[in-house]
Design a protein around this ligand. Structure first.
Ligand code: PMT
Length: 408
């Protein structure tokens, strides 16, 4: 696909895949939602969230996935709603959702927030063994707050949740939504936090049925051939597991040959998105030495407005805003005393990407790594930590306001 124009790559890709089953339904929900907010002259943000899957078989049993839980997207959506934006939340099915994220998945199981109240039989209940279910005292205030915000968003039709699973579903949905958002003009904002797969198996190379891990007996194969089944399994396609009682005679590894997923950010910026809208993409890296470089390259390649760079190990505590205009690179960090704990995070690495950038630019790089692991006596503080999205979203809204102002 290297020599194709972005528009050619687009038609090649989208003509090769059937649209997702839910696309029409999602389009009509989105159309009504967008119309409603165009009418109210309200700003609307499309937040993409979570990872995409890459199926290995057409009738999919196995797929490639990535780490993203959708925390960035779900948390950001809440801060956008708080600031008065309407939100289309295009998310990986079963990843974290705005508001319910506080009480879902194994880290915050909702059952841990509840209790069975004691109930005297005189209160008219069904006796002392059937007290009503209540929220535990220590969580009342926080849960009331979350519940109110959730209800407000629902009552005022401010949040539309649309799920995807595979990378192709994501791309179809993104294209449709961007095109439907055109009437919003500069009031539209794209916040692309999803972790989109970079490699996939093109449709013409994808097998129909589950890839086999053991031999198919000759009798079954012959039967298939007699029945004229076109996709009778070729022995060359068979993977034979290594743990069989009889060592297989025909042992094969499973080798997966993946193509790069065409990058559609170009088409989003230059074709699908409304004129004057603001487009923000994310760049994730694990190597502090290349983060800013990669973010800047993406900004130059796609000519959009902002790339937010983050490292896998520090993404809950620091991000870098990379923009075409000065200051070009701006770090946003949660102050040390306000950092929440993160199981996967490595606090020692906060500051490393900026430091290596200063060294590369020939600066002294005096700013030593300003972090250290949380000491035990700081655990109290960490419970009151702030979310980095509470710092990201207001900054972004300022930039969006300036863009809107510049066009009016
Ligand atoms: O969900 P969490 O656990 O909280 O993690 C959040 C996050 C780390 C996933 C998030 O903050 C993040 O960085 N997301 C982007 C990951 C990334 O590096 O994306 P990318 O380099 O593959 O793509 C860059 C941009 O191009 C993305 O905004 C994407 O929407 C877009 N893209 C990607 C692939 C593709 N084929 N077409 C695209 O348009």
């Amino acid at each position: 696909m290297g020599e194709m124009s972005p528009a050619q790559a687009e038609s090649m890709y989208f003509n090769n895949y059937p649209p997702p089953k839910a696309l029409q339904k999602h389009e009509s929900l989105a159309r009504a939602f967008i119309d409603y907010h165009v009418e109210a002259n309200r700003r609307l943000v499309l937040v993409t969230s979570g990872g995409t899957t890459v199926p290995l078989e057409n009738q999919t049993v196995r797929f490639i996935d990535n780490f993203s839980a959708g925390t960035r997207g779900a948390t950001s959506a809440e801060y956008f709603l708080q600031a008065g934006y309407a939100v289309i939340f295009l998310h990986r099915q079963f990843s974290l959702l705005p508001y319910s994220r506080h009480y879902s998945h194994s880290t915050n199981c909702f059952l841990d927030f509840m209790d069975e109240a004691t109930c005297s039989s005189s209160a008219g209940g069904e006796g002392p063994n059937h007290g009503p279910i209540v929220v535990r005292d220590e969580y009342q205030d926080e849960m009331r707050d979350v519940l109110r915000q959730y209800r407000y968003a629902k009552k005022n039709n401010l949040l539309l949740l649309l799920p995807f699973t595979t990378v192709s579903e994501y791309l179809f949905e993104l294209r449709s939504l961007a095109q439907l958002m055109r009437p919003l003009g500069p009031n539209a904002l794209f916040y692309l936090a999803a972790a989109v797969s970079d490699f996939f198996i093109p449709r013409d190379r994808m097998v129909e049925h589950k890839i086999q891990s053991s031999e198919i007996p000759d009798s079954v194969r012959q039967q298939q051939q007699q029945q004229g089944q076109e996709d009778a399994i070729d022995p060359a396609d068979v993977y034979t597991g290594e743990n069989e009682a009889q060592p297989p005679t025909n042992s094969k590894k499973l080798i997966i040959d993946l193509d790069p997923v065409p990058k559609f950010l170009h088409r989003l910026v230059d074709g699908w998105a409304p004129d004057g809208s603001m487009i923000v993409s994310f760049k994730l890296e694990t190597d502090p030495g290349i983060l800013v470089y990669k973010a800047r390259t993406a900004l130059q390649r796609y000519s959009h407005h902002l790339v937010i760079g983050n490292l896998l190990s520090t993404r809950k505590w620091e991000v870098v805003f990379v923009t075409p205009d000065p200051p070009h690179e701006r770090w946003i960090r949660v102050p040390k005393s306000k950092r929440s704990k993160s199981i996967s995070g490595v606090e020692d690495q906060v500051g490393l990407a900026e430091h290596s950038r200063q060294l590369a630019a020939g600066g002294g790089g005096d700013q030593a790594n300003e972090s250290r692991p949380l000491a035990a006596d700081e655990s109290e503080l960490s419970r009151n930590g702030i979310e980095i999205e509470s710092l990201i979203i207001p900054e972004l809204i300022k930039m969006h306001s300036q863009m809107i102002k510049a066009r009016t």
